[in-house]
Ligand binder design. Structure first.
Ligand SMILES: [Zn+2]
Length: 471
């Protein structure tokens, strides 16, 4: 006895749409929930590993020896910078090298203004046009010097005869390009600086929307999406966010010359949604696999019940092409069929929100459950729904949602069960369905050693922040 769904019009297209547009759309939805009013959020950045402000300063200074800040070279700021720097900074070899260069009598620098070309800039420091030609002809990479940006600074070193010996320019916070005169012409070098990675803390209270408060707290859009992804199983960021919800995040921040140039991973996050608090901690196990866990070491990804019907027989497996028993055509079967007597209870495969409890074409009586933003399950051909199972209500894993039947296009009592990851159907019996592996016993101690300071950091920073606000 087989059975199945007919030429299903695109399977629940609404959810496909949602999955396709991703969390960005969900966040915009969240934005719409409270369209107006102001936002309150705070940000602090502190270096967790370093005890005193003086040590922080030293570390930041040491982290950026490769690239020289343009203000240090012969500008009035140079002295101030040196005065602030700890004594051991000036002793560092790379810094000394740059300083010598800066003091050289042949040093010239020009800032690119509107309408400038390499020729006009070279002319400003007294270099004839044939030198521009030689520079550009010296190699493919040297041509990068002609891609001038408004405000970019070109630094020239001229020898005692006024000939160009060195040309360099900072093209971004992390990158300097350099051309040095050799016996054979000019040689090109690219200097990439590695930013210092430090941890930063952000705290926000939602007054209007998550994106607005996150922005106010100094979190980038991608960081906000990361937070929604990390906690997306427990919190529905599209529909559940309310004013008064709050979050704490400890994340990696990349710093160059004291300036923030980028962000890295979220190390820990805590979100209080409608009075309930969820915590996530990033942990990389000894095998090198990284996941987010709750504070007590459980996986944030919840496992799904493998089989939503007890004592059922699999009557049809997942396939990308099979002969449909009613339509008599080759069709993909994007789910698994479980045959069982009429009235057998069907259980929710995981916690979630009911997106649909009603009739859905050839599926007959159908329940669709969204499990966070990533996962969806569908249950078709049901005889009827359990009490309280309505579109929009919440369900717990294992809760009975309905009973086996044969409604819709079906040849006999069975459950048609589908599983989606990010809008793509996967075999519910495959390895693609997430397992909730907690921290292994052997790694428990290591996990605690790493996670506890992160959680303590969030507690401490938040307390400091609240105390400061009271003053
Ligand atoms: Zn089926």
């Amino acid at each position: 006895m087989t059975n199945d769904t007919p030429k299903a019009p695109p399977l629940y297209p609404k959810s496909h749409l949602l999955a396709a547009s991703g969390i960005a759309a969900l966040l915009s939805l969240a934005l719409l929930v409270f369209p107006s009013s102001e936002v309150e959020a705070k940000k602090t950045t502190l270096n967790l590993e370093l005890e005193t402000p003086a040590e922080q300063l030293k570390d930041e200074a040491n982290a950026a020896p490769l690239v020289q800040s343009t203000t240090e070279q012969g500008s009035p700021f140079a002295q101030i910078e040196n005065a602030q720097a700890p004594a051991d900074k000036t002793a560092a070899a790379p810094a000394v090298e740059e300083k010598t260069e800066a003091k050289a009598p042949g040093h010239r620098e020009v800032t690119v203004a509107r309408g400038d070309t390499l020729s006009t800039l070279f002319a400003k420091v007294g270099l004839p046009s044939n030198v521009v030609h030689d520079v550009l002809a010296s190699g493919k990479q040297a041509k990068q010097f002609s891609q001038l940006k408004h405000g970019q600074v070109l630094q020239f070193e001229l020898d005692k005869d006024g000939q160009l010996s060195n040309l360099h320019s900072k093209v971004s916070n992390l990158e300097t390009i350099r051309l040095s005169k050799t016996d054979k012409g000019y040689s090109f070098q690219r200097e990439i600086s590695k930013p210092l990675v430090r941890t930063a803390y952000a705290h926000g209270v939602i007054k209007s929307s998550l994106s607005a408060s996150a922005q106010r707290a100094g979190l980038s859009h991608s960081m906000t999406m990361d937070m929604a992804r990390v906690l997306g199983y427990d919190i529905d960021f599209a529909q559940d966010i309310r004013p008064g919800d709050e979050f704490d995040v400890v994340y990696e921040q990349k710093v160059m010359d004291g300036k923030v140039v980028g962000t890295g991973n979220i190390l820990s996050a805590r979100f209080t949604n409608r009075g309930k608090t969820y915590t996530a901690v990033r942990y990389t196990n000894k095998q090198g696999n990284t996941n987010y866990y709750t504070a007590d070491g459980n996986s944030l990804r919840k496992a799904f019940i493998r089989t939503p019907v007890d004592f059922a027989r699999i009557s049809s497996r997942f396939s990308n092409g099979r002969k449909h028993p009613i339509l008599n055509k080759i069709r993909a079967h994007k789910g698994v069929d479980y045959a069982a007597p009429r009235g057998t209870p069907i259980k929710a495969a995981g916690d979630g929100r009911i997106e649909l409890a009603g009739r859905r074409g050839g599926y007959g009586n159908t329940v669709v459950i969204a499990h966070g933003n990533r996962y969806k399950t569908l249950y078709g051909h049901m005889q009827g729904f359990a009490k309280g199972i309505k579109t929009g209500s919440s369900v717990k894993q294992g809760q009975i949602i309905g009973y086996i039947g044969t409604t819709g296009l079906s040849t006999g009592p069975h459950l048609h069960y589908e599983f989606q990851v990010n809008g793509v159907h996967v075999d519910p019996l495959s390895q693609k369905v997430p397992m909730a592996d907690p921290i292994a016993k052997a790694e428990r101690q290591r996990f605690n050693q790493q996670s506890q300071p992160l959680i303590a950091r969030m507690d401490q920073e938040k307390a400091t922040l609240l105390a400061a606000n009271k003053r």
